[in-house]
Design a protein around this ligand. Structure first.
Ligand code: ZN
Length: 134
């Protein structure tokens, strides 16, 4: 697959409202979008650090995978997202062909209208990995 850059870092937080002052007032980053992704049961806030985004993820339900993540591991880095240039479906097929376990068998629509898919952290040395494309 062809990765162009780190598209974003996903960070699990209990509350976007409580997390934002750190990112905005201490780090000086600017939140430019807050969006609820219903099917993921998360509220997301996006900030830009150069060309890389920071995606804060707040669970909107105790059933959310983010809620479960925080319960198990606490707040912190949740996933790493790479932008792929040759299509998420192609990248998934290639990863699967190389023995990587997929969470998503096919790309789906994520925040900001990106096509996204996740690779399983059991196959990626502990890092939940997202592949995405505009
Ligand atoms: Zn993400």
């Amino acid at each position: 697959m062809k990765i162009s850059h780190i598209e974003h870092l996903g960070i699990a937080v209990e509350s976007i409202e409580k997390a934002l002052p750190y990112y905005e007032n201490v780090l000086g980053l600017k939140c430019y979008n807050i969006e609820v992704v219903e099917d993921q049961k998360v509220k997301t806030a996006f900030l830009k650090a150069g060309d890389t985004k920071i995606e804060l993820l707040e669970p909107t339900s105790p059933e959310s995978t983010i809620a479960k993540f925080i319960e198990k591991r606490g707040e912190g880095i949740h996933h790493l997202a790479f932008a792929v240039e040759d299509g998420v479906a192609n990248a998934l097929a290639e990863a699967e062909g190389k023995g990587i376990r997929l969470i998503d068998k096919a790309p789906r629509l994520g925040a900001e209208g990106l096509h996204i898919a996740f690779l399983h952290p059991k196959s990626t040395i502990g890092v939940l990995t997202e592949l995405c494309e505009k």
